[in-house]
Design a protein around this ligand. Structure first.
Ligand code: KG4
Ligand code: ZN
Length: 328
């Protein structure tokens, strides 16, 4: 059994997986609500909240899986990228747990974890495929082979989730903005407002969302309070549609350029219903295999870290005590 821990941002997570890392027996996520009043994640607050919660989250992960700590055969933990203070809490806990029982420890890259969520959703999935990771901190396209993840393109400014969060904030919708924006957008017509999609050149696989935010700012400036309330759903729908178009356009282009038989979308933004609908339709039309894990596996969780660990080398006891966390 693998015990996996993830604390790279504002979710305190632990999970238990089978030894192959293809099945999660439990997947506990404690989402920190302390950040809501600040409108964004406060690193120091996140570290302290992880410290308070992690023991209980690990205990619940073992209990939910019906597994005792003595049955765990290896520990996995996110070591990068993320908030260093937050990562360190998880890493110190993982080292302590592994050391106490003389177990090996596998350090995991959070982004490889997001991609590995696809193997939990689709145990028969085989590389090569193109993968898009779209979260609050990252937007990157990879060509995934059996041995490596090759970076094809990434955002030049904001991450897609960050663009959604900032747009939602400008529209007064609270934090995290992605789900809130998506809900308001349901009642709107995405054709009412034209929002820009950047970097449309054919071979460009990078993303940029700063122009989109500026465009929203100018549209808002032109509205008085009454018309703002009326236009809110249309603005939300148009803004979301531009993010969805940017992501799906680049993803499908990468599939064409690399002649990939399938694609994977992961990260918090992959929970977006509109993105799932658009990509579902396109992939059906093009006869491509599309894997988007269920929303619970798309947002930060420890099951995906355990799944990635199963494919990565473990550091034997006690060589991992010197391991460090990294922000990038
Ligand atoms: O992967 P994740 O949980 O954490 C990071 O590693 O960043 O992603 C969080 C991001 C946030 O920006 C959030 O607004 C976005 O994912 N998100 C969504 C949805 N659920 C989460 N965006 C759009 N629609 C959703 N349903
Ligand atoms: Zn993430």
């Amino acid at each position: 059994m693998i015990l996996a821990i993830e604390t790279s941002c504002d979710d305190t997570c632990a999970a238990v997986l089978d030894e192959e890392g293809r099945r999660a027996l439990s997947n506990v996520v404690h989402t920190q609500t302390e950040h809501e009043r600040y409108g964004g994640v406060v690193p120091e607050v996140a570290s302290r909240a992880h410290l308070e919660r992690l023991d209980g989250v690990v205990e619940k992960a073992l209990a939910d899986a019906g597994v005792t700590f003595e049955e765990v055969t290896r520990v996995a933990v996110t070591v990068r990228p993320g908030l260093v203070g937050a990562l360190l809490v998880g890493l110190a806990a993982a080292k302590g747990l592994a050391y106490a029982r003389g177990l090996p420890l596998t350090p995991v890259n959070h982004l490889e974890g997001h991609v590995a969520a696809a193997y939990l959703a689709e145990p028969n999935l085989k590389p090569p495929f193109v993968a898009l990771i779209a979260s609050g901190g990252h937007t990157a396209l990879y060509y995934v082979t059996k041995s490596a993840m090759h970076l094809l393109g990434q955002t030049l400014d904001d991450a897609a989730g960050e663009a959604l969060d900032k747009g939602a904030r400008m529209l007064g919708l609270g934090f995290p903005g992605g789900p809130a924006l998506s809900k308001v957008a349901q009642g709107g017509d995405s054709g009412c407002y034209a929002f820009p999609v950047a970097l449309k050149e054919r071979n460009n696989l990078d993303f940029s969302f700063s122009g989109l935010k500026t465009s929203l700012l100018y549209k808002l400036k032109a509205l008085d309070e009454r018309s703002f309330q009326e236009e809110l759903p249309h603005l939300a729908a148009g803004y979301q549609a531009a993010v969805v178009e940017a992501l799906s356009r680049k993803l499908l282009r990468a599939v064409d350029l690399y002649d990939a038989p399938g694609l994977v979308v992961a990260g918090g933004v992959a929970a977006n219903a509109s993105l799932r609908r658009v990509l579902g339709g396109e992939c059906e039309r093009r006869d491509l295999k599309l894997v988007i894990p269920p929303p619970k596996l798309c947002t930060d969780n420890a099951a995906m870290i355990g799944a990635a660990a199963a494919m990565a080398p473990a550091v034997p006891y006690p060589d991992y005590l010197g391991l460090n966390a990294r922000s990038v």
